[in-house]
Design a binder for this molecule. Sequence first.
Ligand SMILES: Cc1ncc(COP(=O)(O)O)c(C=O)c1O
Length: 446
Amino acid sequence: MNIEDSTAWRTWLAQNPRSRAHAERASRRVPSGTSRSLLRHPPFPFYVERAAGVTSVDLDGNERIDCHNNYTTLIHGHGHPVIRAAIERQLALGTTYSAPGAQEYALAEHLCGRVNSVEQVVFNNSGTEAVMVALRIARAVTGRNRIAKFEGGYHGATDFVMVGGHGLPAPDDPVRVSEPHADVGGLPAAASTDVVLIRYNDAEAVREAVARFGDELAAIIVEPIQGAGGVIPATAEFLHVLREETRRTGIVLICDEVITLRHAVGGAQGFYGLDPDLTTMAKIIGGGFPVGAVGGRQEFMQSLDAGGAVANLGTFSANPMTMAAGLAAMELLDEAAIGHLNALGERVRDGLRAVIAALGLPAQVSGAGSLFQVHWTRQPLVDARTAERADPDLNLLTFLGLANRGVQLSMRGIGALSTPMTTAIIDTLIDAFADTARELRADGYV
Ligand SMILES: Cc1ncc(COP(=O)(O)O)c(C=O)c1O
């Protein structure tokens, strides 16, 4: 069936006339109607008017349970009263200053107390900037130029990491280490030639990359649970070999915890017992405001000292609004809150898998802790190569079908839970998925 004839598509058009009109109007001034490339999708996105707790409401008055949470950022949902109070307190004291504020120390102290490998931290405005600065520290400390990343890993929007996310080798291709393709147009050629791409979750691939390029590598950047690469957790052996090999050869190991910090009180690195040299953080540590942070061992972080080789810039870096909201959010995210989130995560993964089994769907569910992803493929999921096999039309139809039923995941089927959620919310999500899958079946898709 032509996708435009599907029930999901037709229902979308019927439910979202105001968003459709807004998309047409906005597209005259903003390319494709939104600045955020990743939020564009056919036929047009719904535009959010307001959000509170676990739900958002769009221009047409449609209410949806938000299991997207701005790509895993809003770990306490929308407008948590404790975070709001912190924001209002800070608002009265000023939004940004012309000299350092005292607020950043409190969040830095909190993060250093949580994450074992983080002895010092600097803040900036996005995970993108955090990764950029971490890579610069690694180049400055090692005097080397190249970096390595893993297939499917997304580490923000700077040139040297916007490669190797898509168009990966086939799952049965024996190549383990390669030169990455650019993920977007306009990158300098060096973004491919200066980056080594390694297969994820493959200890042999790490050994091969280090044997071939070790002397030239400033850093290897890794997510302990790949987010955009399919919400696929690393194996303990893979991370162990990665740490051993990088330590032996003087390569800076950067653990990108922009998404995974939520996994345990000490981040996913605490859960795995990984001891990286540098850690990048963002999303949840800003309490709903733009944020990024680089932390790590003092011997690496000292290159950011006055007179050191590397600078952490940004007019709004460590701005007091973000620092206040971030501290409130992180203080709320204690052991009990993470236990609640991760138990809900188990429930959602189990429930979705039960639907898939009962209906015999060509799908799987990956994830860990409070993150999950539905993949429309039967290929066993071990890395981004296998995740990339998922059917993009079914992803879109599932996204539309769920949103038509009042549940929002990401366009690629990623969900991130928030602390105000309950088992009843999770069961609503599972029921919406079952109804969506039945509709796909009735339309002849699965
Ligand atoms: C693992 C990871 N690193 C870095 C980034 C970039 O963060 P930001 O979008 O705040 O620039 C992201 C964003 O999704 C991410 O998932």
